[in-house]
Write a protein that binds this ligand. Structure first.
Ligand SMILES: NC(=O)c1ccc[n+]([C@@H]2O[C@H](COP(=O)([O-])OP(=O)(O)OC[C@H]3O[C@@H](n4cnc5c(N)ncnc54)[C@H](O)[C@@H]3O)[C@@H](O)[C@H]2O)c1
Length: 285
């Protein structure tokens, strides 16, 4: 299928896109899809990420201004919303694509977490969603009917050992989305999380064992793993008016992974692996 021309689903809409680091980032792909669908937006990332310089290319390609913001700092988030007001006036959508765990980065196991880092994981990856919505609303820039989407992972419901304290962070993120969604619904504002399958990005491949999680999900999902571009198209639908009554949901975007018990492919792989092992053991004895 060819979506290069777009459907004009976001014509006239304005938004904020957090979390584009490099061209593999889900947020980067969302920015391109939003542009294709007619939206205008600002891009934001932590100052340390902006120093890498890659975001300038996306800014040029999409005509979007870049506003630095470390979401762990309340003052940064408050100040950034004033800049968004100056740039865009008011907004119709927000993408929260931010995640970071110092414990995972530094290979601290779940049963020996550094608690300061644990708090950073929760703060940056989850509580920041609360801050972003709160300060956007306080600045008076959230339009009625706006749509907020945050990216989550199935680790919020099921334990993936290598995902460590990010399992907890995603559970909190999804809870904040529900809580805020319930409060903003009267204004037609929707808040949802998209639970994306493993995707090869900087954050994704920073997790030890990511290749195993990716391959397992790929073999388990009837439709296969969705790419970052697939995720971007899904986010576009959630920012559009076509999903105006969808809120407080955690929406799985995973090719069917969450509902499948086991796939034929995975069963065959396991069968072959055991047969090989049995044969090897037989040869050894
Ligand atoms: N890649 C996957 O397999 C996968 C799967 C499901 C969900 N997700 C989620 O998707 C989102 C985007 O991740 P990605 O995979 O595109 O990786 P990514 O590394 O490209 O994006 C993560 C972003 O978070 C930003 N960030 C970190 N600390 C920040 C701070 N203090 N302030 C502002 N920004 C900060 C980083 O600079 C980066 O741009 C994350 O929430 C991630 O957990 C990813």
């Amino acid at each position: 299928m060819n979506y290069t021309e777009g459907y004009g689903l976001l014509k006239g809409k304005k938004g904020i896109i957090f979390g584009a680091l490099d061209e593999r980032s889900i947020a980067w792909r969302v920015a391109l899809a939003c542009k294709r669908e007619g939206a205008s937006f600002v891009l934001s990332n932590a100052p340390v990420a902006l120093r890498l310089g890659a975001l300038n290319a996306l800014s040029e390609e999409t005509g979007a201004a870049v506003i630095p913001c470390d979401v762990s700092k309340e003052d940064d988030v408050a100040a950034m919303m004033e800049k968004v007001k100056a740039e865009l006036g008011s907004i119709d959508f927000i993408l929260h694509a931010i995640g970071m765990s110092p414990n995972i980065r530094k290979s601290k196991p779940y049963d020996d977490l550094n608690y300061n880092w644990f708090q950073q994981s929760l703060d940056i990856s989850a509580i920041s969603l609360h801050k972003v919505i709160h300060f956007a609303d306080k600045a008076g820039i959230l339009n009625d009917g706006a749509s907020v989407v945050a990216l989550s992972y199935i680790g919020a419901q099921r334990i993936f050992s290598k995902y460590s304290d990010m399992n907890d962070a995603k559970a909190l993120l999804e809870s904040i989305a529900r809580n805020y969604g319930s409060r903003l619904g009267k204004r037609g504002i929707r808040v949802n999380t998209v639970s994306q399958a493993p995707t090869i990005t900087s954050a994704g491949s920073g997790i030890k064992g990511f290749d195993g999680m990716f391959t397992f999900a790929e073999k388990m999902s009837p439709l296969g793993n969705p790419t970052a571009d697939d995720c971007a198209d899904y986010c576009v639908t959630l920012f559009s008016d076509l999903t105006r009554k969808v809120t407080m949901q955690n929406l799985f975007h995973d090719g069917g992974f969450v509902t499948n018990g086991i796939s034929e492919e995975l069963m065959n792989d396991l069968f072959e692996m055991h047969a090989r092992r049995d044969a090897e053991n037989g040869e050894d004895s």
